[in-house]
Design a protein. Structure first.
Length: 260
């Protein structure tokens, strides 16, 4: 016995099939993983920062550079290691910011705030923000991210600083949730004092194999500068690889928060 299918039935069947396909595609899109990576370069070494910016620009990316407010002054209160290499000044930071890179505060003089009183800690943070207000073009403290020295801050300071800045960065865990409105506390991982190429690759590969999230890896200088430096050649190859990956984004911290 033959089965006759009317035009209306055929259209209905086609629509049901299409709806199923759309529903399936939507479900796949919802399940698609999203990985955001921020390479957060601390301290502000002059030579390294210039090279870091150039490598990022090669791939159409913005570098995330966090600088010590008085690092360029060679202030005697700076820890001894910061007298070994030349740190950039605000002429450089303004130039890099104009080129589209993110320049954020990384303390006044790189003090571990766990070693001073609460009032002194607040004073050092405000001094840092004052320098940025005076020296960095277009800087607005309420829109900035404060990157704590040694990736450490007392809980009392964390509660207080949210009234001064947009967000702050401290240590561990390395993976943050995807950005959401009102996100204040950012956490990161770091490694050193030796070259970090192998460790950084392992951390990123592990992250990409896992669920969606935002990895912040706190690195410092390039090649022979700073604590736990990354090789400039490795950074170049890494950014080349990451920019060709689907559902992977390499962004500075404030740009990630803007996604919310």
């Amino acid at each position: 016995m033959s089965i006759l299918i009317t035009r209306r039935q055929a259209v209905k069947s086609l629509c049901l099939g299409t709806a199923g396909l759309i529903s399936s595609t939507s479900l796949m899109n919802k399940k698609a993983k999203r990985h955001i990576i921020t390479l957060s370069f601390d301290d502000g070494y002059e030579k390294s920062s210039i090279k870091t910016a150039e490598i990022h620009e090669k791939y159409g990316l913005s570098a995330c550079i966090n600088v010590i407010a008085i690092g360029h002054t060679k202030h005697p209160d700076l820890p001894p290691e910061f007298h070994k290499w030349q740190l950039g000044d605000f002429e450089l930071w303004n130039d890099l910011k104009l080129r589209g890179h993110e320049i954020m505060p990384h303390s006044y003089k790189h003090t571990n705030l766990g070693t001073v009183t609460l009032e002194e800690a607040k004073s050092l943070i405000m001094k840092c923000l004052d320098v940025f207000n005076n020296e960095l073009d277009g800087f607005i403290a309420k829109e900035s991210i404060y990157n704590f020295a040694y990736n450490y801050s007392p809980p009392e300071i964390e509660e207080w600083i949210t009234s001064q800045v947009r967000a702050f960065r401290v240590g561990e865990p390395p993976i943050n949730p995807l950005p959401f409105d009102g996100m204040k506390k950012l956490t990161c991982t770091s490694y050193g004092p030796e070259n970090i190429d192998k460790h950084l690759e392992e951390v990123i590969n592990s992250f990409l194999e896992g669920p969606s999230g935002w990895l912040i890896f706190n690195t410092h200088g390039l090649d022979d500068e700073g604590w736990g430096p990354v090789s400039s050649g490795f950074l170049d190859e890494l950014l080349d690889r990451l920019t060709h990956m689907k559902n992977v984004e390499v962004l500075p911290a404030a740009a990630v928060l803007d996604l919310a």
